[in-house]
Ligand binder design. Structure first.
Ligand code: GUN
Ligand code: FE
Length: 431
């Protein structure tokens, strides 16, 4: 029981409450991990019968947040000083990822990664593992043990990386194939074919990724696109026959509705058209793009062009600097503001719940609070800190409260997290 909020479609303005399903005195009834009933308290409690409903008033009950792009082997890369993308990869990220040849290290970091996501209210992530098959095994085993709906893949990379951090076209194919067989569709696990980006894959490896994608059309594909000017230049040198960076992926059949392209900051109109025509998803990673000095993602241009792009939002940990989707959208708001636009608070919360679920093709299972979907649910407290409590004294509208949560909120604002109906974070009993 609490103030229940979910979204029916993308809100077009801060007062577009028609896009929301909001119950001031609402409830969600969960049975065996699924949402059985949602609505006003009287109706839901009649359905629940004598099953007691936890009372979360005056807090907000929402679908769990979804993070559309993060790197689980980069937890110890966050806050690496002083580099742009290519130096950051070479000096910090690649050396760190070599440690994941050790399966035990992978298991430890996977455990801590999900602990951290859940603390911040994120119940689903699309994640990159390292090149090592064992890192993906560790990720999926931990995710499965927690009964989380997650998407991940072993990174494929066979050049321009240190020894110990490359596979080969054949081993990358074989390991990915084995992981798909073992994990894709097991419980709530989903596999993403994950060529890291064009710079670290030879054309031979791209062909192998293409073959995997053709053999497993129900798997996601995830990679990086157009993040940094030096990266774009080098890619165009490595693939001279492609029209542009986006066309590299198009030529290998890697653009489609289940393709998640991280960053997409510097796309030409032609590239944006190619993205939208294929249905591929452009993933907005504001904290990472700011931290690495990569550029400003033009969210509103992409959303409002004649051929709109499907956009998702993500932390991109460890280029990204925070696990929180609230912190992420706060920075996202500022990135959009720097380009003379605004993102209204309802649209922002739509993006990190239903919007990301739709972009990841999982909205039939998560992100909505719809009856029949999995009960991944969070409880948010807009008075979580003294400063938030004080600011709430002058807040009346729901959209103002959400904007306050986004602007000042972090893990402290996340009071409860339920994964498939089971409590994964709780402050109810905290002394
Ligand atoms: N491009 C290729 N690999 C990476 C990565 O790990 N992080 C980011 N931000 N960009 C990349
Ligand atoms: Fe990334």
């Amino acid at each position: 029981r609490g103030r229940v909020l979910s979204f029916l479609r993308e809100p077009v303005a801060a007062d577009d409450l028609d896009a929301c399903r909001y119950e001031e005195d609402g409830a969600v009834f969960v049975r065996r991990g699924k949402i059985v009933a949602v609505g006003d308290f009287a109706t839901v409690s009649a359905i629940a019968g004598d099953v007691p409903l936890a009372d979360h008033r005056p807090h907000l009950i929402l679908p769990g947040f979804i993070d559309a792009h993060a790197h689980f082997p980069q937890m110890q890369v966050i806050a690496s000083y002083g580099a742009e993308l290519l130096d950051w990869l070479n000096n910090y990220t690649f050396p760190e990822e070599t440690r994941f040849s050790d399966a035990q290290h992978g298991r430890r970091i996977a455990r801590l990664f999900f602990d951290e996501l859940v603390r911040h209210g994120t119940t689903t992530v699309a994640a990159y593992c390292s090149v090592h098959k064992a890192s993906a095994e560790a990720f999926f085993a931990e995710s499965h043990a927690r009964n989380m709906l997650n998407i991940a893949g072993k990174v494929m990379m066979d050049r321009n990386a240190p020894d110990g951090l490359t596979d080969t076209p054949q081993s990358g194919y074989d390991d990915s194939k084995a992981l798909i067989g073992e994990w894709h569709g097991k419980g709530r696990q989903l596999y993403a074919i994950t060529p890291r980006f064009a710079i670290t894959s030879t054309p031979d490896q791209m062909e192998m990724a293409q073959a995997l994608a053709a053999e497993h059309p129900d798997c996601h594909i995830q990679t990086h696109l157009s993040e940094n000017h030096a990266e774009i230049r080098w890619t165009e040198e490595l693939y001279p026959q492609a029209k542009d960076y986006t066309d590299v992926y198009a030529q290998y059949g890697l653009l489609g509705r289940k393709s998640l392209l991280g960053h997409c900051i510097h796309l030409s109109d032609r590239e944006a058209d190619a993205m939208s025509e294929s249905g591929a998803v452009a993933v907005f990673c504001p904290t990472s793009n700011l931290f690495l000095g990569s550029g400003l993602f033009d969210y509103q241009r992409y959303r409002r062009r004649p051929n709109p792009l499907t956009v998702a939002a993500a932390t991109d940990v460890g280029g990204g600097t925070n696990y929180s989707m609230l912190r992420t959208m706060d920075e996202g708001y500022k990135v959009i503001a720097l380009q003379g636009e605004k993102l209204n608070p309802l649209a922002s919360f739509w993006q990190i719940t239903r919007g990301n679920a739709e972009a990841l093709s999982i909205a039939d299972r998560a992100g909505t609070l719809d009856e029949g979907t999995d009960a991944d649910i969070i409880v948010l407290d807009a008075r979580a800190t003294p400063g938030m409590r004080l600011r709430m004294e002058t807040v009346s509208a729901l959209s103002e409260e959400l904007f306050l949560l986004q602007t000042l909120g972090d893990d402290r604002a996340v009071r409860e997290v339920y994964i498939a109906g089971a409590a994964a974070k709780s402050t109810l009993s905290a002394a």
